[in-house]
Design a protein around this ligand. Structure first.
Ligand SMILES: *Cc1c(COP(=O)(O)O)cnc(C)c1O
Length: 311
């Protein structure tokens, strides 16, 4: 059993380039977690709990930042990790998964096929780690808000990206813990991955036919029930940005602050810098979760920029 958490306490930075005369923008730098994204908070906590209860192996079917967080956590806890990913998984995350010592099996064309194969390999003593829909994850993610509340002022708005909604559930839980129930949450998706917005507009959970955005880490065709439920208990403003805007925000962050993040993270940065929503125009203090992501190295951002015709 570990005596320390697997994630790091991250800095909270007041960003000069993103701030204006009337608004200070604070960046919570989850991109600096050892596995490269916020996911290590929740997934590290879940893996730690499973290890304490005697799990002998950790399983994941994510070829992205969730799988990487499981692989990193397993290595730190001394537990073997099995990750099954679809053929579409890029070479770079495959390399990183192997580097963390995970057993990597490539199977099937879609995530669904990979996930079914993983479940068929399941043995007693295995713990399956879901990428976003698990209260243990939300507990772990909530710690980033406990930290932010110690590090900076109470914000007038919090901005984050939404895929399946695990980050959102954790952040809202953290906000409730520290007395930020009245602070609006701006929940950002890219067009083509907007499963939360579809649910909010329909008044019920919606399963998208397909994900067409370059922000693959936001590519859950359906958000969790828990994420949707939060939209009825907390002021949540669901919004979208274009792929081009999310990508441009990544390039701007790289130029201004020298950090490389995925378009999934660029989505939140884009909404914060556009200030198109009234809640973001009024706010004097804005907290943006820089969720990170390692699946688009800088050369890949440049390749995507050329494809989308960005200057
Ligand atoms: C997983 C992930 C998201 C989305 O998180 P959810 O919990 O699925 O909503 C956003 N950005 C990055 C970089 C991610 O890895």
């Amino acid at each position: 059993m570990s005596i320390m958490s697997l994630h790091l306490e991250t800095p909270l930075l007041a960003s000069d380039p993103l701030s204006t005369a009337g608004q200070r923008v604070w960046l919570k730098l989850e991109a600096l977690q050892p596995s490269g994204s916020f996911k290590l908070r929740g997934i590290g906590h879940a893996c730690d709990q499973h290890a304490a209860q005697g799990a002998r192996r950790l399983l994941s079917s994510s070829g992205g930042n969730a799988g990487l967080a499981v692989a990193y956590a397993g290595r730190q806890l001394g537990l073997p990790v099995l990750v099954v990913v679809p053929e579409s998984t890029a070479e770079w995350p495959r390399t990183l998964l192997r580097r963390y010592g995970a057993e990597l099996v490539v199977h099937g064309r879609s995530w669904m096929e990979a996930n079914e194969h993983l479940l068929s390999l399941r043995q007693p003593g295995d713990a399956f780690i879901h990428p976003f829909d698990d209260p243990l994850l939300w507990q772990g993610h909530a710690t980033m808000i406990h930290e932010a509340a110690r590090q900076g002022p109470k914000p007038d708005a919090v901005v984050l990206s939404v895929g399946g909604g695990g980050l959102m559930c954790g952040v809202l839980q953290g906000m409730a813990d520290v007395g930020w129930q009245d602070v609006p949450l701006v929940a950002v998706e890219t067009e083509g991955a907007a499963s939360l917005q579809a649910a909010v507009q329909a008044g019920q959970l919606v399963t998208l036919d397909a994900i067409t955005s370059i922000a693959t880490s936001l590519g859950a065709r359906r958000v969790s029930e828990a994420a949707f439920d939060w939209t009825r208990r907390h002021p949540v403003i669901s919004t979208t940005v274009s792929d081009a805007a999310a990508l441009q925000a990544c390039l701007d962050l790289e130029r201004e602050h020298r950090w490389v993040v995925e378009p999934a993270c660029g989505a939140a940065l884009a909404a914060a810098s556009q200030r198109a929503l009234p809640v973001l125009q009024r706010a004097a203090q804005v907290l943006v979760i820089v969720c990170g992501g390692v699946c688009t190295p800088y050369t890949e951002l440049q390749r995507l920029a050329a494809r989308l015709g960005l200057p």
